[in-house]
Design a protein around this ligand. Structure first.
Ligand SMILES: Cc1cc2nc3c(=O)[nH]c(=O)nc-3n(C[C@H](O)[C@H](O)[C@H](O)COP(=O)(O)OP(=O)(O)OC[C@H]3O[C@@H](n4cnc5c(N)ncnc54)[C@H](O)[C@@H]3O)c2cc1C
Length: 389
């Protein structure tokens, strides 16, 4: 009886949350997305609405002031947001990956100090792992954190940091022991707040994913107090951040479902109003085949994503499932955005409409949170490990 009541409360909470997200998207995002994206402007007004909605605390426990949503509900939010404008989801996604690392691996003091500020949206940030010379091979990073007084001095360079410029704090991965073997044992994660000594000003220019800032910066003798070392122990940084990547991959998968679905919806509409040779193009079999393939990709991507999110919520191992969801959904987004462009003809290529934006946003999903090449390697390794002869 108790379990049924709890399940009902969860379903009810999800319904209410999704309704308010839909209202927010319709009223505060959809009317502005096209112009803000076109001008590559940080959507400050939208961010303020997201603070009010509590989205910066979506997956943070209620104990720390967050909404404590399940990852299944969270994935549905990300899908909806990305179907309207993917960049908006990036603003809270990378912030929540940082928060998840603190909630999972931080000390009691760190959780109490940081999580309420993260959850309220008062302090927002992201994760700075990638460097100009190291992305997939994170163990090859060169940023160093050397002991200095009661803290550390950070030196190095980071690139491709989402929320790097606008965020007030970044979780930075650095080497505390560059000679360590295996290399990951010499890596640590630090929470670094912006200050006079630590500013990020350079925004990288990108094909798509505009509006959200992507920062590049150097660290020159930046002092970080010892209490900002996540977990209070050196050598666990890679593990701390990578264990959050399943969540990150589900999140990218949900973005893929959103883009793939938006491309399908717009194609279904357009194919009924555009006429060639005396009939709507949806009556041509070549177009019907496209619509059928696009719809099948959306459903498959969504099922993969829901399956991975359910496993995550149950606390089951889900690296292979999250990898498959990320792979399938990002490829669905790539496929559907190209097919939508073909189907819309010249209007797909026009800056007046949204298809070209989806087409520019989709490739990021094949790169971020581990490239799709890496996902295939993770999936294959798991296939072997889970099926020993
Ligand atoms: C818009 C944007 C936002 C981003 N935001 C963030 C962020 O917030 N924080 C952050 O830390 N990073 C961020 N990144 C960086 C992103 O995570 C990296 O780009 C990604 O991990 C790939 O690293 P790389 O670009 O250095 O490619 P590389 O690692 O140099 O890879 C190059 C190619 O080699 C392939 N490859 C590499 N190793 C292997 C292997 N062993 N086997 C087979 N193929 C392999 C890759 O799949 C890829 O095709 C962002 C990137 C972009 C474009």
């Amino acid at each position: 009886m108790m379990a049924a009541a709890e399940e009902f409360a969860d379903v009810e909470q999800e319904r209410m949350v999704l309704e308010s997200v839909d209202r927010f998207l319709e009223r505060d995002v959809a009317p502005y997305a096209h112009d803000l994206e076109g001008d590559d402007v940080y959507p400050q007004g939208i961010v303020e609405k997201m603070v009010e909605l509590g989205l910066f605390g979506a997956t943070i426990s209620t104990e720390y002031g967050g909404l404590g949503l399940s990852v299944s509900t969270y994935a549905k939010i990300v899908e909806r947001v990305s179907a309207v404008w993917m960049s908006v989801s990036g603003i809270f996604n990378s912030h929540l990956i940082m928060a998840a690392a603190v909630e999972r691996a931080g000390t009691k003091e760190q959780k109490h100090k940081w999580l309420p500020r993260f959850a309220s949206g008062e302090l927002r940030g992201g994760i700075a792992l990638t460097e100009p010379d190291a992305g997939t091979d994170l163990q090859g990073i060169r940023t160093r954190a050397d002991k200095s007084g009661n803290g550390y001095k950070l030196n190095g360079a980071k690139a491709w940091t989402s929320n790097g410029v606008e965020g007030g704090v970044l979780a930075i991965l650095a080497k505390t022991d560059p000679e360590a073997e295996p290399r990951h044992k010499g890596m640590s994660l630090f929470l670094v707040e912006k200050s006079e000594d630590f500013k990020v000003e350079k925004r990288m220019k990108k094909l798509g994913y505009k509006g959200i800032d992507t920062g590049e910066f150097t660290l020159d003798e930046v002092f970080v107090p010892g209490e900002n070392l996540v977990g209070g122990v050196e050598g666990r940084g890679l593990q701390q951040i990578l264990s959050g990547l399943d969540l990150g991959r589900i999140n990218v998968a949900a973005r893929g479902v959103g883009i793939a679905r938006a491309c399908l919806t717009k194609s279904i509409e357009y194919s009924q109003v555009r006429e060639t040779f005396g009939k709507p193009i949806c009556e041509h079999q070549a177009i019907q085949i496209k619509l059928a393939d696009m719809a099948t990709q959306v459903e498959a991507a969504r099922l993969f994503t829901e399956q991975a999110a359910r496993a995550y919520d149950k606390g089951e191992r889900c690296d292979m499932e999250a990898g498959m969801a990320k792979l399938a959904a990002s490829e669905a987004a790539l496929h559907n955005s190209l097919e939508a462009m073909r189907l819309h003809g010249a209007y797909g290529y026009s800056k007046e409409f949204d298809i070209e934006r989806y087409y520019r946003d989709a490739p990021l999903l094949a790169i971020g949170e581990g490239t799709n090449e890496l996902q295939r390697i993770i999936i294959a390794r798991q296939l072997i490990a889970r099926n020993p002869v």
